[in-house]
Design a protein around this ligand. Structure first.
Ligand SMILES: NC(=O)c1ccc[n+]([C@@H]2O[C@H](COP(=O)([O-])OP(=O)(O)OC[C@H]3O[C@@H](n4cnc5c(N)ncnc54)[C@H](OP(=O)(O)O)[C@@H]3O)[C@@H](O)[C@H]2O)c1
Length: 329
């Protein structure tokens, strides 16, 4: 019995492959935090598309098998390593990375990737902060150099990164246009800071965007599905505009000449290439947004840990996002 008390449920991946390789196990040892680490009782964990790419084995970064997926956890501190002074048992926290994996009852994280979770947000919202908001900030400001008064089209605004980008851009004084694939998604986009929403499943939606932006076009596009939209995006830009490639699931043919007529740029974004200084900047902006009250993650589908395979199916073959997908242990 004593041993069972040190065991937890965790999703384990023993081989790369389809969602079926996600195995929920009940006898995984609860990790013990080392000197500069924090052990967190997980109350919610964000599901990010990248976790499906990694699981499938086709992604550039491959963890050593077996592993537990998940980085964006919110919960309560269970115990801390001997050098940790910033947190204590019982603190509400969220993480931007875990060392042991977030799809579990408990997760251990380096103390410098753990942040206090404001009472303004619940645990599901805490689990929706890290990858979505840090990516949105990097795309908009660190790489896209967005400025107040500019316009931004968030092409795929109804998911985790999209809602984050809508809130951040609106808070910084940009004119915000967003797309979604359903009426519900469009309403969510409008409730989260967009001035105007369009449906990217409608045949003529690009014409509607052009009508709305007139001859000037948009200054920035945050692109969630570049392999589908990049060629079209180049025709929606203003002079000196930039397309930020955030999401891409394949290749696409573009005419490079389309970048010449407006001296526009196509810029890749990779959250994982951020320096420590850039990560600190993202964290400061996020914590400031929570305190100011405009940063409020919108939660979409919720899945118990038992249904993790379904969550991985659904995030890739979505019938329409309505905010951030979360797993609940
Ligand atoms: N570069 C990086 O560092 C980085 C970091 C984080 C995420 N990402 C990538 O960014 C993408 C979005 O991530 P997420 O967490 O927001 O995923 P998500 O929550 O699953 O949302 C996906 C979004 O894509 C939209 N979408 C679907 N079809 C589209 C189309 N034809 N045109 C434009 N948008 C379309 C969806 O809209 P509907 O469902 O309403 O149709 C939804 O808004 C993913 O590909 C992810 O891998 C990249």
């Amino acid at each position: 019995m004593a041993a069972a008390r040190n065991m937890m449920r965790a999703v384990r991946v023993f081989e790369f492959g389809g969602p079926g390789v996600l195995k929920l196990q009940t006898d995984v040892p609860i990790p013990v935090p080392k000197e500069n680490q924090v052990l967190i009782k997980v109350h919610a964990c964000g599901v990010n598309p990248v976790e499906t790419y990694i699981r499938s084995g086709t992604y550039a970064r491959k963890p050593t098998l077996p592993y537990t997926p998940g980085s964006d956890v919110a919960g309560v501190v269970e115990s801390v390593g001997q050098h940790v002074t910033a947190f204590k048992k019982g603190d509400r926290v969220f993480t931007t990375a875990t060392l042991s994996g977030g799809y579990a009852d408990y997760a251990v994280a380096a103390a410098n990737t753990v942040f206090p979770l404001s009472d303004k947000l619940d645990f599901k919202q805490g689990a929706a902060i890290a990858i979505p908001y840090f990516t949105a900030y990097r795309a908009l400001f660190q790489k896209g150099c967005a400025k107040a008064g500019e316009s931004v089209l968030i092409h795929g605004a109804s998911g985790g990164v999209g809602i984050a980008a809508c809130q951040m851009a609106r808070a910084r004084g940009l004119k915000v246009l967003g797309t979604a694939g359903t009426a519900e998604g469009m309403n969510m986009v409008l409730r989260n800071g967009a001035h105007q929403a369009f449906n990217h499943r409608e045949a003529n939606y690009v014409e509607k965007i052009k009508e709305y932006t007139g001859t000037k076009g948009v200054d920035i596009i945050i692109e969630m599905l570049s392999n589908v939209n990049l060629a079209t995006d180049l025709h929606l830009l203003a002079y000196g505009g930039r397309v930020m490639v955030v999401g891409c699931r394949g290749s696409i043919e573009i005419n490079p000449r389309d970048t010449m007529s407006k001296e526009s740029s196509i810029i890749g974004v990779s959250l994982f290439l951020g320096t420590q200084e850039e990560k600190n900047e993202c964290a400061a902006a996020v914590l400031d947004g929570i305190e100011a009250g405009w940063l409020k993650p919108g939660i979409g589908s919720e899945y118990p840990l038992e249904n993790v395979a379904k969550a991985h199916e659904d995030i890739i073959h979505s019938s329409g996002a309505r905010g951030k997908m979360v797993l609940l242990p």
